[in-house]
Design a protein around this ligand. Structure first.
Ligand SMILES: [Fe+2]
Length: 246
């Protein structure tokens, strides 16, 4: 195979070495991610072996999981931390679905939303349809003084190139790549979207969005990244680090 077409797996690229992950479903038993504390500790041990240094745990806050609030998740997080003996710097945030319940979290004065680096809200939308009043909601978040990290825009099949450009135009909304999207883990369309967004510098951050250790472990070993794409992802990895340590 000619040199320029050589492909590397995530594990081979060294992207995980020293990585800060800003998107994960490792807080056990609160969403569709990892379910038991034991599995969480196994996953953390594996990620530590791969070189991951810091992780934001970002459980889903959405109408599907009505019991998840800033208060309840903080309690779960404290319990987890008390039993954790590893060396990864763990922090708590959340991934907010822009659904009918979102504004009650945004407006809650007593228990503020769980943000990344104090003022960055990780938000997602449905994969198939844009949220009602998407633009107005984005403006409300902005008015509250938050910046937005839009989780995995490559996975929103209702979005096209002009939507990406409109969303980015304001300058306070950042795109987060799912690290596995360029591997084809979520299918061909998502891989192509991710490659387009990477090549055109739409992304600022990246995250694993890990829900389950086994499937991620396998996908970390799929040879799918060119040297060029790896370089682009490395820039995002550095941005994650800035967000975590500044
Ligand atoms: Fe997620």
């Amino acid at each position: 195979m000619p040199f320029f077409r050589r492909k590397y797996s995530i594990a081979e690229t060294g992207l995980l070495q020293g990585m800060i992950d800003i998107h994960s479903h490792l807080l056990s038993g609160v969403d569709d991610g990892i379910q038991t504390e034991r599995e969480t500790f196994t996953a953390l041990e594996y990620l530590e072996e791969q070189g991951v240094r810091g992780i934001y745990l970002t459980p889903h806050v959405m109408e599907t999981f009505p019991e998840n609030s800033s208060k309840s998740l903080t309690q779960h997080f404290e319990n987890l931390i008390n039993g954790y003996a590893g060396n990864i710097d763990l922090r708590l945030a959340a991934e907010y679905m822009l659904d009918g319940g979102f504004e009650s979290h945004l407006e809650n004065r007593e228990n503020k939303p769980l943000a990344i680096a104090e003022d960055h809200l990780l938000v997602e939308t449905s994969y198939l349809n844009p949220p009602l009043n998407f633009h107005q909601t984005v403006q409300k978040i902005k008015k509250k003084g938050y910046r937005i990290i839009l989780a995995h825009p490559e996975r929103y099949l209702y979005m096209d190139k002009s939507d990406y450009k409109k969303l980015k135009a304001d300058g306070f909304l950042f795109f987060q790549l799912n690290l596995l999207s360029p591997t084809g883990y979520y299918g061909r369309q998502v891989r192509e979207n991710a490659e387009y967004l990477l090549r055109n510098d739409f992304y600022t951050f990246t995250g694993t969005d890990i829900h389950n250790l086994e499937s991620h472990r396998q996908a970390f070993n799929i040879k799918s990244l060119t040297a060029k794409l790896t370089d682009r992802i490395n820039v995002l990895i550095e941005n994650n680090r800035q967000l975590f340590f500044n």
